[in-house]
Design a protein around this ligand. Structure first.
Ligand code: PLP
Length: 435
């Protein structure tokens, strides 16, 4: 299964009628509809250039590719299966819903796909240390995991508030041997963690590699991370043909920075019959205004953020807006430049799902199929379930199950447990405390 030519899934620059995207400077699209690039302080310009050159060398190098393919198989557990949700689809009564099970990867999400690629590249470049920011800690855990695998140092910057909220992931990173550095400035969350990690990186770009956690930031990261994630779509396309004899009518995935969605979509961009839908967090409701959602492509405007031009949610002062989603992997005021371009082109449609819809889907998938989804992934599924109802029974939807929901259990049960019958027997009192 999935005996792809070794380079096939690392060369995604040609798609959409043969257009080469991005261009040599990292821009997607042209004219008014141009996104990406590398907006950097001067000392970082040669640093990113070097990463670009080295990445372009290794992406066709048989030795690099065979090491990557071997680790995907033996360390990550690829290929991840495709699964038809029979109970759920029968209940809905419209289109059949299939999941690409990235939640079954080692460390529980798609993030290991690009962490593995970035760490292998860093090792090739002679770097000693992997550095990154993390929000909820998922990227931090995946990176700490590959750092251990390759015996590299790992330093993860995380907002002080996020450290309190997501302590099990902090423990995981520490057990794996990483150093977690609290970001104590300002809002003490993701944005401050990015700033803090960036400062530390600037002090020694010679020995460190900044492993960005999605298809965002300066060139070459948006296209490089996409290439490392493209294995998801290439596997899925073959598996879907084997299972059903054809292609899905629609592929859906949640969009935060945009890497799990681009990973799935990349293989289908030139298949005109396959509709592509990215699902953004509507949080407490799009009409509730700033700080209550994180629907960047739906309500944002083009601006420069974190080294790239992309759709961005801005406040009235023109600064990045406050954002909210029940899924902390999706609450980012920017989005990848390739998504920004594909929105303008109309190749991908962007829809939204609210926190309430997502929470009920979290329980529904758990109780109908025995799969606890990450709250991020439940956004894609929530929209799929809504649209499936209106589609014929021979239509097929493929949703990227980007991660598993174990990390969300405390949050969901504390906040919504009562509504879903948890704690009725008086047994639910949170985790037992040791003294
Ligand atoms: C981080 C994360 C996301 C969001 O990131 P993308 O770059 O948009 O894929 C989605 N799902 C899970 C499980 C995550 O951990």
């Amino acid at each position: 299964m999935c005996d792809l030519a070794p380079t096939a899934h690392l060369d995604n620059s040609k798609s959409l009628n043969g257009a080469t995207q991005p261009d040599a400077d990292g821009f997607f699209g042209s004219g008014d509809s141009q996104y990406g690039g590398a907006f950097l302080p001067p000392p970082l310009v040669p640093v990113m250039k070097e990463i670009d050159i080295e990445y372009n060398k290794i992406k066709h190098d048989p030795e690099f590719l065979s090491e990557l393919i071997e680790l995907r198989k033996r360390f990550v557990g690829r290929p991840s299966p495709i699964y038809e949700c029979k109970n759920l689809s029968d209940k809905i009564g419209g289109a059949r819903i299939y999941l690409k099970r990235e939640d079954l990867n080692h460390t529980g999400s798609h993030k290991i796909n690009h962490c593995l690629g970035e760490a292998l590249l860093a090792k090739r470049m002679g770097k000693k240390k992997l550095i990154a920011e993390t929000g909820a800690g998922q990227h931090g855990v995946a990176l700490a995991t590959v750092a251990s695998l390759f015996q590299m140092e790992c330093e993860i910057h995380m907002g002080e508030l996020d450290i309190k909220k997501e302590w099990p992931n902090v423990r995981r990173m520490q057990v794996l041997g990483a150093t977690v550095v609290p970001a104590t400035e300002g809002g003490k969350s993701l944005k401050e963690a990015v700033d803090s990690a960036f400062m530390a990186y600037m002090s020694d770009t010679e020995s460190m590699f900044f492993a960005i956690g999605s298809t965002v930031g300066p060139h070459p990261f948006p296209s490089m991370v996409r290439d490392f994630q493209a294995i998801v779509g290439y596997e899925a396309k073959q598996q879907f043909k084997e299972l059903t004899g054809g292609l899905p009518d629609m592929c859906l995935a949640c969009v935060g920075g945009g890497c799990n969605s681009l990973g799935l979509f990349s293989a289908f961009l030139d298949d005109d019959t396959v509709k592509l839908v990215g699902v953004e967090p509507a949080g407490r409701g799009l009409d509730k205004g700033e700080g209550h959602h994180s629907a960047t492509l739906t309500l944002g405007k083009p601006a420069v953020l974190h080294g790239m031009k992309c759709y961005t949610l801005l406040n009235e002062n023109g600064d990045p807006a406050a954002v909210h989603s029940c899924a902390s992997g999706l609450d980012y005021p920017g989005v990848g430049p390739q998504h920004s371009w594909m929105k303008d082109m109309g190749r991908v449609k962007y829809e939204t799902a609210t926190d309430d819809e997502v929470i009920s889907v979290f329980f529904e998938l758990s109780r109908m199929e025995g799969i606890i989804p990450a709250l991020e992934s439940a956004h894609g599924l929530a929209y799929a379930m809504k649209i499936a109802k209106e589609m014929p029974t021979d239509a097929k939807l493929l949703v990227n199950m980007s991660g598993r929901g174990d990390k969300d259990l405390d949050y969901v049960c504390d906040k919504y447990g009562n509504k879903f019958g948890i704690g009725k027997d008086g047994m639910f009192a949170g985790a037992p405390k040791n003294d």
